[in-house]
Design a binder for this molecule. Structure first.
Ligand SMILES: [Zn+2]
Length: 449
């Protein structure tokens, strides 16, 4: 058995792939598996989903089977449409395909752009999410012998499903409420856990804090940090700092609430997240501007689009996930044949400076190199909702308390961003205590007229 699919200190002899058959099959086999599931799902949608039956009719799709290879004939589904479907027949909406009494679990979305919406699961959907999540977290290196301190709440958000996943994998769970830094520190210092699940913002905050307060923070039992909920764990400057200070390996996971809360998991090779939805979710890559289909191959950059193959309660078709990704090398040394990717940024966070697309994560990557003079967090201030931004672009960079008067640092960051990203910025240094909560997620862009 290869050692390459497991973490450095992991001496166990267990197969490091949760579902070997699904995760190592060829693309042709994966396609065949998906195509036969899709055949049933399409018929199911036509019969059970008033929302999709109407949407497909409006798009000129007849009753005849649309095969997986012709999926691009079907229209995309946007977040807004799904929200409208919900408002049409509350609480579950016109895309509910099971009787309401068969809805056995309900999560809510954050509602950052309006009122929250709900995500309904049947008993089978709960199981499917647990299976996909188990592949995902197992891929990161979490095994039954791991002790996992998780800062993901049980609800209202889909990240709560991770609790079922850890229990399925059989690891030790040490649940702590999001934002309860004291409990996290107690748990880690007491040696209750060797693994931490958190947002990269929180892991970064923890690294900054322990770097100042502990003689040797890397001497804790902690050896593995899995980040999720936002990009960051894959940005080298952020990852390296967390790894060095805490003496742990950082891997990341990603999910999409409407599809599956944990759909991509990065293996210990640390070169991108493997797709873990085989047989249940079909992933497409499309050109972010024209939305034309693209081939999922090394180096391709596009927007991910997802279709459920087995979802019962609220299945979605060709959902525009809003994440711009770069496809990484395959196959992977860990043995998985599934494609790997790294998130470049959220479509919503993108802005254009003089015709060039910019993602805040690119700015973070530059800012992070100024540590320890900065903490590593930064955000872009958008004066209008316009996607085009006139330089200099206003940016707030978090610095340790008492260092916000450093005019030289300010100029150095502006120069570094200019030479790397070729546009001018106006950097404001913001002390740690006024930047915002220490914690959960960091919004990468803030609108402030
Ligand atoms: Zn791998």
């Amino acid at each position: 058995m290869t050692r390459e699919g497991r973490l450095q200190d992991d001496a166990c002899e267990r197969d490091p792939i949760w579902e070997r058959q699904v995760e190592t099959e060829t693309h042709a086999q994966a396609f065949e598996r998906a195509a036969s599931a899709w055949e049933k799902q399409f018929a199911y949608l036509m019969e059970r989903s008033p929302f999709y039956a109407r949407k497909f009719r409006d798009a000129g799709i007849g009753q005849a089977q649309v095969q997986l290879k012709d999926l691009a004939r079907l229209p995309f589904s946007s977040k807004q449409e799904l929200k409208n479907a919900m408002d049409e027949a509350p609480p579950f909406g016109s895309n509910l395909c099971v009787p309401p009494e068969q809805v056995k679990r309900v999560y809510q979305t954050s509602g950052t752009t309006g009122a929250p919406s709900v995500l309904a699961l049947s008993r089978a959907d709960i199981e499917t999410w647990t299976v996909i999540g188990s592949r995902t977290y197992f891929a990161t290196g979490i095994h039954d012998h791991s002790s996992v301190l998780t800062t993901f709440g049980a609800g209202p958000f889909v990240a709560g499903h991770t609790h079922f996943v850890l229990s399925r994998i059989g690891s030790r769970s040490v649940p702590v409420a999001p934002g309860d830094t004291d409990r996290v520190l107690f748990g880690l210092r007491a040696g209750l856990a060797d693994t931490l699940l958190s947002t990269p913002s929180f892991a970064q905050y923890l690294a900054n804090r322990l770097e100042k307060s502990e003689a040797d923070p890397s001497s804790m039992e902690l050896t593995h940090i899995v980040t999720g909920g936002e990009p960051g764990g894959g940005i080298p400057a952020i990852r390296d700092h967390i790894q060095t200070v805490l003496g742990a390996t950082v891997t990341e996971v990603m999910g999409i609430g409407d599809i599956a809360p944990s759909l991509f998991g990065e293996c210990p090779q640390q070169q991108g997240m493997h797709f873990c939805g085989g047989g249940h979710v079909w992933a497409e890559l499309v050109n972010p501007d024209s939305r034309e289909p693209m081939t999922i191959e090394t180096g391709a950059v596009g927007e991910m689009v997802y279709t459920h193959l087995t979802r019962e309660a609220m299945p979605v078709v060709r959902f525009l996930g809003g994440d711009l990704v770069r496809i990484e090398d395959s196959p992977c040394k860990c043995g998985r044949a599934t494609f790997r990717m790294r998130v470049i940024g959220r479509r919503d966070d993108m802005f254009i400076v003089r015709g060039v697309n910019v993602y805040p994560s690119a700015i973070l990557a530059v800012v992070g190199t100024f540590r320890p003079r900065v903490t590593g967090r930064a955000r872009v201030i958008r004066k209008t909702t316009d996607v085009s931004v006139q330089p200099p672009v206003p940016i707030e960079v978090e610095v340790p308390d008492g260092q916000d008067g450093d005019a030289r640092l300010q100029a150095e960051i502006e120069d570094a961003i200019h030479s790397t990203l070729i546009f001018r910025t106006k950097v404001d240094l913001i002390p740690e205590h006024t930047f915002g909560e220490s914690g959960y997620k960091t919004r990468l862009t803030v609108e402030r007229p």
